[in-house]
Structure formats: structure tokens, C-alpha cells
Design a protein around this ligand. Structure first.
Ligand SMILES: Cc1cc2nc3c(=O)[nH]c(=O)nc-3n(C[C@H](O)[C@H](O)[C@H](O)COP(=O)(O)O)c2cc1C
Ligand SMILES: CC(C)CC(=O)C(=O)O
Length: 356
């Protein structure tokens, strides 16, 4: 199955304004394009005669031992894109053994998302993506909702002190959710009535002190999403993060940053194995998963591909995307002579065009 076919099917089935919301990014969308293109700059240099019949592609992640190496990155407003909404995504991820990172901007309350995942697999791991609220009490209430729901980790988005300027949304005038949809996790939070995109307020004041506060208050592992600079990766570990997610928000925040993949090796070096490093942005094939793992990621997230699957075919579509990526990755691993993810090492990734 080609993921491009599902993308095309999703494009045909979605309201063009909602399609643009998902596909688009900040500015001239240079980073959106570069995230994918970055993978084309590399090739895999296989090892041969490694002698092993079985492969194990499971990845040990915080709050998710033995997970698929491909997780579902947090994306907003699933009910806008398919009536099955986040529960459909959650059931699909659970059925495929993939972590779902469910979002602050979910159109289904987090407790229902986790319940849907657990209806497929009692052990399913759902992580909660947290957008810190300008009011600390509101942030704390969100965290409590995620904890009470049974989420097994928090993923704090740190690349969004302000909204990204999504060019297509500005052009289309897409600022509010249509009637009947709401950011359900925001209900009854102090000062945050649901009903509009702008009701996921961002806070330019968020700082490392907020990370410290969070790490102190929750028993859940706290990962930081949106780290690009190796110095921030080092700080993340020092401040008690249980993982670092290298991401430029799928090119939806700054249009002047490097491709996520291009930031990965330096971040992996800075973290030096102390906590898992994850990556999202531009992952579209099993060989992309392999390149990212070889360059230091423990697992990779997919944002748009999962949404295209959902929009095109609901739960079954998300399953197809996750199954295809995992299967292609497993096949690539075999062709590289690997038996487990850690067999992929940095020397097996080369720049295309030769190094001489
Ligand atoms: C429609 C859409 C909504 C998103 N919403 C969020 C969000 O609410 N919070 C967040 O941290 N990231 C959000 N992201 C970013 C994704 O988590 C992820 O970083 C990005 O999509 C990865 O790139 P990819 O789409 O190329 O896989 C969103 C991305 C998309 C496409
Ligand atoms: C509602 C927004 C916070 C969702 C988002 O992060 C995005 O669209 O990239």
C-alpha cells in the first residue's frame, strides 16, 4: 500500500479548508517540504551475513515498554476530519501496538480517548500532549485530567510560545472550529471556554521553571516535544525530562528552522543515551524510520500520515498507515542485516552522492 494513495483519498474526502489546515504550515512552507526532503539526502549502507532468522522491532519507551517504533504524533481536532474522531485513532494505534500521543486540542475528552485505546488492548499506552496554559491552575487541571484518564506519560510541547502563522489558514479565514466541535479537554478550565481554535492559548512566559514544577508534581514521565538545539536537549535531561522529542512541529511553527532529521544527530550526541530521543517530521516510509533510528532516535512519530489515514478510512485507515510503516521498517531492517532496532548504527547512514 502506498501512503500517497491514502493522502489523495483524504484530500478528496475533506473540506478543502480542513485539508489545508492539516497539510499546511508556517510561512512559505519551506520547512514542511524540507522535513520530507531531508530523508532523501541519505541512503542506508547495509551490513551482510549477519545470520539471524527472527527480528524484534519493539522499542522501550517511557510508559510504553515494547511499543512499535512508530508512534502517532499529537494532532488536533480529529472529529473535524472524521466522525470517528480521536477514539477511532486510539483504537487503531492500540491494535497496532503504537503509542498514541493524544492532544490538549482533542475533540474528545482524554478519558474517552484512553478508554477507546484500552478497549482494543488493556495495556495500550496513551501519552498526553500538553500545551501549557498561561494560567498555571489550568495547566495543572489538564495534567490531572490526563493522569486520572490513565495516560502513561506527558509530552510537553515547548516549540509554541506563540501560535505559528499558518499561511493557508490565514488565507482561508480558518480560525474557529465549526459548531458542534470543541476542544473538549479545555471544558471548565479556568478562563478557557471551548469552541474556537484560539481557545488553546499559548504562553510566551513558559520556562524551565514550569518544567521543574511539572516534573515535581507528576509521577508520570515528562517528555519535551520540539527540541532542536543540542543545548536545550542537555537542559531537558538536567531538568528531569524522561525523553526528548526532536520536532519542528511539522513545519507549522517557524519556517526558518532546519529539517527535524538534520537536528537529530547533534541532539542524540548531547543526550548521550541518558534518556530516549524521539523524532517526528517528514516520516513517510519504512526506510525513513530506519534512517532516523540509525541516527539516534528510539522511535519516530507520524502526524499527517495518521490524519490522512483517519480522514480517508477512519480507524481502518490509521491501522493501515501504522501497519504499513512498521512492516516496511521491519523489511528494511532485514535488508540492513539487523535483528533489532539497536543494530542500526550511524555508520550505516551515508549522504547520497558519495563521500569521496
Ligand atoms: C493538523 C495538525 C495538528 C497538529 N496539532 C498539534 C498539537 O496540537 N500539538 C502539538 O504539539 N503538535 C501538533 N502538531 C504537530 C505534530 O505533533 C507533529 O510534530 C508533526 O505533524 C510531525 O510532522 P509530520 O506531519 O510530517 O509527520 C500538529 C500537526 C498537524 C499536521
Ligand atoms: C490548536 C493548535 C494548538 C494545534 C497545533 O499545534 C497545530 O495546528 O499545529
Amino acid at each position: 500500500m502506498n501512503l500517497r494513495d491514502l493522502h489523495e483519498k483524504a484530500r478528496r474526502s475533506l473540506d478543502p479548508v480542513h485539508y489545508d489546515y492539516v497539510a499546511g504550515g508556517a510561512g512559505e512552507e519551506r520547512v514542511v517540504a524540507d522535513n520530507e526532503r531531508a530523508f532523501d539526502r541519505y541512503a542506508l549502507l547495509p551490513r551482510v551475513l549477519c545470520g539471524g532468522e527472527r527480528r524484534d522491532t519493539a522499542a522501550d519507551l517511557p510508559g510504553a515498554p515494547g511499543a512499535s517504533p512508530v508512534f502517532v504524533a499529537p494532532t488536533a481536532f480529529h472529529r473535524l476530519l472524521h466522525p470517528g474522531g480521536e477514539p477511532a485513532t486510539a483504537r487503531a494505534a492500540a491494535a497496532e501496538g503504537a503509542v498514541l500521543v493524544t492532544g490538549t486540542a482533542s475533540t474528545t475528552p482524554v478519558a474517552e480517548v484512553v478508554a477507546a485505546a484500552r478497549s482494543r488492548d488493556r495495556e495500550a499506552a496513551v501519552w498526553f500532549q500538553l500545551t501549557a496554559h498561561p494560567r498555571r491552575e489550568a495547566t495543572r487541571a489538564l495534567v490531572r485530567r490526563a493522569e486520572d484518564a490513565g495516560c502513561t506519560a506527558l509530552v510537553v510541547t515547548v516549540d509554541s510560545p506563540v501560535f505559528g502563522r499558518h499561511t493557508r489558514d490565514l488565507r482561508n479565514g480558518f480560525t474557529d472550529l465549526p459548531p458542534g466541535h470543541a476542544a473538549e479537554n479545555m471544558r471548565d478550565l479556568p478562563g478557557a471556554p471551548p469552541g474556537a481554535l484560539t481557545d488553546i492559548p499559548m504562553s510566551p512566559a513558559v520556562s524551565w521553571a514550569d518544567v521543574d514544577d511539572l516534573v515535581r508534581r507528576t509521577a508520570l514521565p515528562v517528555l519535551l516535544k520540539g527540541i532542536l538545539h543540542p543545548a536545550d536537549a542537555r537542559l531537558a535531561v538536567e531538568h528531569g525530562a524522561a525523553g526528548v522529542l526532536v520536532s519542528n512541529h511539522g513545519g507549522r511553527q517557524s519556517d526558518a528552522v532546519p529539517a527535524a532529521l538534520d537536528c537529530l544527530p547533534a541532539v542524540a550526541d548531547a543526550v548521550a543515551g541518558r534518556v530516549p530521543v524521539l523524532l517526528d517530521g517528514g516520516v513517510r516510509r519504512g526506510s525513513d524510520v530506519a534512517v532516523a533510528l540509525a541516527l539516534g532516535a528510539r522511535a519516530v512519530g507520524v502526524g499527517r500520515p495518521a490524519v490522512w489515514g483517519l480522514a480517508a478510512e477512519g480507524e481502518a485507515g490509521v491501522r493501515r498507515v501504522l501497519a504499513a510503516l512498521r512492516d516496511e521498517y521491519d523489511h528494511t531492517l532485514a535488508l540492513c542485516g539487523g535483528r533489532r532496532n539497536s543494530d542500526l548504527t550511524r555508520d550505516m547512514v551515508v549522504r547520497k552522492g558519495g563521500t569521496w
